[in-house]
Structure formats: C-alpha cells, structure tokens
Design a protein around this ligand. Structure first.
Ligand code: OGA
Ligand code: ZN
Length: 382
C-alpha cells in the first residue's frame, strides 16, 4: 500500500496525470509544468521571476520520468533533459482556480435585502487578523463602512493608504464633496445623484472610491449603494438581448472644465474573456452613445432603460445616512453609488473623497493570508 500522503502519478503521452484525494484525475501538460519549474536555472530565486523565455521551449515537450521521493512532492524529467520538483498541493491549487479568479474572495452579490451590512469600527493599524476580516468583507460585498474615523480633514488619505496607494487626479489627492456655487461637478452641488460609477471618463477608471463624512447637518443627503454586478446578472437572465447590447456598445464618457478635458469609451457592462462581469461603467450625467444606425440606437436606448430602471429600483438599493466619522469604501467597477438631494440652507454637508486601485486591497489580502497561515495564533486572536 502507498504511504499516506502519497499520490498516484502517471505519464500519459505529453501529460502528467495526478490523482486527487477524491480519486478524480487532473491532467497537466508537460509544457505547462515546464513553465512552472522553480529551480535556479529556470528562475531567479529571490524575485521568483523566470530566467528563460518559455516561448523557446519545445512545443512537443514530453515527460520521460516521474518519481515521488516524498509524499506529495514529485520530481519529473522532461524530454529537453531538464529535471524539476513540484508539490502536488501547489499544482492542484493553481489548477483549481477559476479562469477569471483573482485568488481573492469571489463577489457575493447582494440586493436591498442584504442583512449583514459590512460595518466595522475603524482603528489605524489593526492586528493582521482584523485587517484580513475587513478585506474579506470588502472583497466579497464590494464595500465596507468604517465608523469612528477621526473627522480631521484629510484622514481619508490615511485610510486609503492603509489599503493601497491613493491616486492623484485633476481633483487633487483628495476632493471635497460639498455644495459650492462654483461647482465643477454636479457632486459639488446639493442635487440628488442617481446611481453612478465615478469617473468613467478616465483611463484607467479609479478602482475604489473612499468617501469620509466630516459633517452632515442636513436631513437629506442620504447615501445610496447598488451592487451593479447583481443588477447586471438579473438583466442577463431577464433581458438577455439588452444585456448583450450593453456589453458591446462603446459609450463615450466626458468631463470638461477650464483645465481638463477627459474622455474614454467603455461598454456600460464590461465582460472578461470568460463572459464574467468585469466592470460597470455607468453615469447618466456623462454618457454619450455614438451615432449608430437608427434601429441599433433604439435598441441601445431600450437596453439602457432596462438596466437603469433596475439600478434605481428600491429592491437593489441600500440607503443610509453617513454620519460624521463614517467612511464608506467601495469597488467603483462593481458598485454604483449616489445620494439623495439636500437643502444646504439646513446646514453643512461635507465629505472628503479619494481613489485607490483594486490591486492594493487584493495584494494586502494575499499577503495577510500568507502571514496568517504561518501564524494561526494571530488568526485566532481576531
Ligand atoms: C461623488 C459622489 C456622493 C455624495 O462625490 O462622486 O457621488 O454622497 N458623492 O455626495
Ligand atoms: Zn460619485
């Protein structure tokens, strides 16, 4: 009998067959394995970056021998003479990743019935396990609300820096959201804002927005959030033709002021190569559909209306008051945000916002996962 932990391995043509614990088999082509050699000839061990151009490997590469010196670790000899060791665990984990996965929590789609609104008390430099839990919630739901963030101006930049690198734009490192007579953006007035994604006119679009409430003395100005991915999936099922039109019509978005002129084109619903949702680009105050043949244009307007009506429906919307010290951080490529109108005569409503990108929180999540796997005690103390 094989020692425990030993797995069955065999060579089948140009592929290696690994047997999983449940008895099913994973076949791995030799060339795919060859690209993953982790020895000093194949890669620089410090950076783990490849030293060889994998396009130079023989397209007909095969495996000559495979052995398992210790359970779960195997050594193969390739037909180009190279030998290398692998762990079955690493290979099976990589093989199991869905095609579009970021190797971070998958989005958990939500609507107005969401009960577990991710809302936590802020503290600067939290222990690893707590920070990891925040990131898990943020990556799953696409947002998190922090309470008790000091209402010192510019603290939003410190919160942003906890998760990534803040992005400076023509609005500056941070922007003040309050009603002013010289507004360069409707956000800086008191009007209501329908659900939108921010800055679809930029390349690249900001990945994450943070909004920190410094003051709110008005009765209006409620914040709204909608899970654009949840709405898009409902549209995909209910109105497949509308969904399809919105994935292939490149809409131009524009921003204009005395010093700046930004435009970018994107379909309102952007898919990745597997057909999964990648981003929503939606801002009814800034979008300009190109002049298409009449019937196509009518079909687009109908599709946009189907999408927009759902985005504005109460069944999908979370609505809440941001109080001084509250800060909402959300995925600007997945969620849409907005606010109800308010009367500036009632008092001051002042938010400060900034942008960071999605790679920051995703990287931090993976680094913390690695750390916590090494020290499970830190994880329990959360
Ligand atoms: C914005 C925005 C919402 C608010 O500044 O992009 O949408 O609550 N603000 O004022
Ligand atoms: Zn906005």
């Amino acid at each position: 009998m094989a020692p425990s932990g030993t797995m069955r391995l065999k060579i089948a043509g140009r592929e290696l067959l690994l047997e999983r614990a449940d008895g099913s088999e994973q076949s791995i082509p030799a060339l795919w394995l060859r690209e993953r050699c982790r020895d000093a000839v194949s890669m620089d061990l410090r950076t783990q970056q490849r030293l060889q151009d994998p396009s130079d490997f023989d397209l007909g590469l095969s495996l000559l021998a495979v052995a398992q010196p210790t359970p779960g670790v195997f050594r193969v000899r390739f037909s180009d003479g190279h030998e290398a060791s692998f762990t079955a665990e690493d290979l099976l984990a990589e093989a199991a990743l869905p095609l579009h996965s970021h190797d971070t929590p998958e989005p958990q789609l939500w609507d107005a019935s969401l009960r577990e609104v991710p809302r936590v008390r802020w503290r600067a430099d939290p222990p690893a396990a707590e920070l990891f839990a925040w990131l898990e919630a943020f990556l799953s739901y696409g947002f998190i609300i922090f309470r008790g963030v000091p209402t010192r101006p510019a603290t939003v930049l410190e919160v942003g820096a906890q998760f990534g690198f803040t992005r400076v734009t023509n609005f500056g490192a941070l922007f003040d959201v309050r009603s002013t007579p010289e507004a360069t953006d409707l956000a800086y007035t008191a009007v209501s804002l329908d659900p939108h994604t921010d800055n679809p006119y930029r390349a690249p679009v900001p990945g994450i927005q943070l909004l920190h409430c410094l003051a709110n003395e008005t009765r209006g100005g409620l914040s709204t959030l909608v899970d654009g991915f949840a709405v898009a999936e409902v549209l995909r099922r209910a109105e497949p033709e509308a969904f399809e039109i919105l994935t292939r019509t490149p809409v131009r978005f524009k921003y204009l002021d005395a010093q700046t002129e930004l435009t970018a084109s994107a379909p309102p619903i952007e898919l990745d190569v597997t057909g999964a949702l990648r981003a929503i680009h939606f801002s009814p105050r800034l979008d300009f559909v190109p002049l298409l043949p009449g019937a196509q244009l009518t079909a687009y307007y109908r599709a946009r209306r189907e999408f927009d009506h759902r985005l504005r429906a109460p069944d999908f919307e979370l609505r809440f008051l941001l109080e001084p010290g509250d800060l909402v951080m959300f995925d600007n490529c997945r969620l849409l945000h907005g606010r109800t109108g308010f009367d500036p005569a009632e008092g001051l409503r002042h938010l400060q916002g900034c942008y960071i990108d999605m790679d920051g929180p995703r990287s931090l999540y993976r680094v913390l996962r690695r750390q916590l796997a090494r020290s499970p005690a830190a994880r329990r103390s959360a």
